[in-house]
Design a protein around this ligand. Structure first.
Ligand code: CA
Length: 674
């Protein structure tokens, strides 16, 4: 009987998928498969990754920080920066200080398979086959043509992996010739899901006796935006009102679902901004819309093909004993790549100019090569600030859905007290309305580093640290198992389905008109921190089940750094450092639960001021004037910021983080290739 086995794991990761791009998060793009997973499981709003691809994947498979696991910076970024070379944690591949999740599972009786993007080492000895996967079909690099169409290569030897996939495909321990060995009808999402289904079908009797770990790492909807013409056609005209209209609709949908605070103040646009919709010519608007239509088609196809994978598991009666986890690897991609000075004349841009056709009717085709730019990305990241590669929430807060009925599931739609109390007549509620009312939403902070401890907990496998592992010394994971948390969510939801809505602020948002703007942004609103608990259920009577957030301990801090952008978070407070010219070049304190847009600066401090012991650049945003007994609000925020900066120093020490100042001036160009 399937349920007697240890649980299977299916981890599905999408590439550069934005926060609100799927149905559970209110998207207009229909994603019935993800709607089902969310309706039968948990939708998370507090899930965090690194701000870019390979660091997140390193965290996922190691359970620890990317600066420890070998992706302190992306390999593409450090390649021509010798100051990083030779530093532990900056190897550019998943290093051997970590015990990789598939290695641990393989050693403990799991059948381990991967289909999709690896991005954690380009050599055979660093490949999935070498890191614990029994079976793998992989693209080793970070981005590539979704149709395996590289017309330029016969003529011109472009070396960027984005336009040259030669030598980057592997099946198990063998390199593939992408021209001969990939299917003639290759399309990334289709083929990766086909291969995953093949791996599941092809299991031997012995392999079927084992639980499995299946890692499906899709390359969509990462640029180049490409999809079959008929799928793009489904979205024709849907985006003609432009990105601002889409952003407003997405925000409204997030609020309607209780996924963001109802009074949230969305972040203003940041970074290099493309032309206003109204300032565009009709032709420019048509081309921009077509890019978004293509993006939507890519998301549509992720869902459609994921349905096939789940159907394969249902056919073998394995789905309900499979912990299914779906997420994105970083925020939506908002770079305006073509406008970056550092991109001018690069091989990629030159290659696109010479060999691709980005005319309106060809956008999305195999020989087109486009991205969609900051305004469409801002629709997907709203209300958060920034995009992929930013340490603000727009870069690191990602959609995440869990389905595993043995641990966490909403009760049947009409069985909840709220449903009964509401007395809603059966005929007046659509199945969709009933499902949504019954959804379990998790607002608590979680991180991609938690996946490894969670899976090991479910499999009842102890992490090998501090013992040696496969003949080497290893580090401990930094993530925390979600098992008690998910169980508590289910219990609380069953006990009282008073919906898991975000607390509204006790005081309304107030303009902060006396404050100067930050880095040219609009004037900052300001509001008081709420002293109310994160979640209404936390304060339910003692007899009621309690939610057990995995990172509830206020001494737990989580840090981020990539491309010189830094952040450190403890509880609801987060300090962010964005170098000029993109940011203020100051450490800024936010309450990211009340203010997920990171627009209300509670305190600020210069990096130099901190380093020199509090002298110098220290300044802060004006307070509210409230003078309570003892510590005032401003003093409290200053103290919290100071504590977080102390934590930052610890984080640097613990992770071996190396962040030379010269990065600060590079702005948005960093990481442009990946
Ligand atoms: Ca990515």
């Amino acid at each position: 009987m399937a349920s007697a086995k240890r649980p299977n794991f299916l981890i599905v990761i999408a590439d550069d998928l934005g926060f609100s791009d799927t149905g559970p998060y209110g998207s207009e793009i229909p994603t019935p498969t993800l709607d089902r997973l969310a309706g039968e499981g948990v939708t998370m709003t507090g899930f965090h990754t690194a701000s870019a691809c390979s660091p997140t994947r390193a965290m996922l498979l190691s359970g620890t920080d990317n600066h420890i696991a070998g992706l302190g910076q992306m390999a593409e970024f450090v390649r021509n920066r010798p100051e990083y070379h030779g530093r532990p944690g900056y190897e550019g591949y998943l290093n051997f200080r970590v015990a990789a999740l598939p290695e641990i599972l393989q050693d403990n009786g799991y059948h381990t398979v991967l289909s999709g993007k690896w991005h954690l080492g380009l050599k055979k000895e660093l490949s999935p086959h070498a890191r614990g996967f029994d079976k793998s079909f992989v693209y080793l690099a970070g981005a590539g043509n979704h149709y395996n169409n590289e017309p330029q290569l016969g003529d011109h030897p472009f070396q960027s992996p984005s336009v040259n996939g030669d030598g980057l495909w592997m099946h198990n321990d063998q390199f593939l010739d992408r021209k001969k060995d990939l299917p003639a009808d290759f399309y990334s999402t289709t083929t990766f899901c086909d291969k995953m289904i093949d791996f599941l079908h092809e299991r031997t009797a012995e392999e079927k006796g084992k639980p499995f770990f299946a890692y499906l790492a899709l390359t969509a909807p990462h640029w180049p935006l490409q999809a079959p013409r008929e799928t793009i056609a489904k979205y024709r005209g849907k985006y003609d009102a432009g990105p601002e209209a889409l952003r407003a609709a997405r925000l409204a949908a997030l609020k309607a679902r209780g996924l963001v605070p109802p009074d949230v103040f969305p972040a203003p646009m940041v970074g290099a901004v493309s032309k206003e919709w109204d300032a565009m010519s009709a032709q420019e608007r048509a081309e921009s819309s077509r890019r978004m239509e293509t993006y939507a088609a890519m998301v549509d196809l992720i869902d459609a093909h994921l349905a096939r994978v789940l159907a394969a598991l249902e056919a073998t009666d394995e789905l309900d004993n499979t912990f299914v986890f779906f997420c994105s690897d970083n925020g939506a991609e908002g770079k305006l790549l073509e406008s970056l000075p550092m991109m001018a004349g690069t091989p990629l841009v030159e290659c696109i100019r010479r060999f691709y056709d980005n005319s309106l009717d060809n956008i999305g085709a195999a020989d087109s090569f486009v991205w969609y730019g900051p305004r469409w990305a801002a629709a997907a990241t709203a209300p958060s600030r920034g995009f992929k590669a930013w340490a603000t929430e727009g870069g690191i807060r990602c959609p995440a859905i869990v389905r595993f009925p043995p641990l966490v599931a909403p009760p049947p739609p009409d069985a909840t007290p709220a449903a009964a109390a509401a007395g809603t007549p059966e005929e007046s509620s659509s199945p969709e309305q009933k499902r949504r009312r019954n959804h379990i939403v998790s607002h608590d902070f979680t991180t991609v580093m938690d996946i490894l401890p969670t899976l090991l907990d479910l499999a009842q496998i102890a992490h090998p640290y501090p013992s040696r592992f496969r003949g080497r010394d290893i580090v401990a994971p930094r993530g925390v198992s979600w098992v008690p948390y998910l169980r508590s969510l289910s219990a609380v939801h069953s006990h009282s389905s008073s919906s898991h809505t975000l607390p509204s602020q006790s005081e309304p948002l107030q303009p902060n008109e006396q404050q100067p703007s930050l880095s040219g942004s609009t004037s900052l609103p300001r509001r008081h921190s709420s002293s109310s608990p994160t979640h209404p259920a936390v304060s339910t009577p003692a007899a009621a089940p309690q939610i057990l957030p995995p990172h509830s301990d206020t001494s737990t801090t989580t840090g981020w750094e990539l491309f010189g952008q830094r952040a450190i978070r403890r509880g609801r407070h987060k300090a962010v450092y964005i170098p000029a010219p993109l940011g203020s070049g100051l450490w800024e304190l936010f309450d990211v639960e009340a203010d997920p847009g990171e627009v209300c600066v509670l305190a600020r401090r210069g990096r130099g001021g901190w380093e020199e012991g509090g002298e110098g650049l220290e300044e802060r945003q004006g307070g509210t004037g409230g003078k309570g007994e003892g510590e005032g609000e401003d003093e409290q925020h200053e103290r919290i910021l100071q504590e977080l900066l102390d934590e930052w120093v610890k984080y640097e020490d613990e992770t071996g983080l190396y962040d030379p100042d010269p990065l600060a001036g590079e702005g948005e160009g960093v990481g442009a290739y990946v």
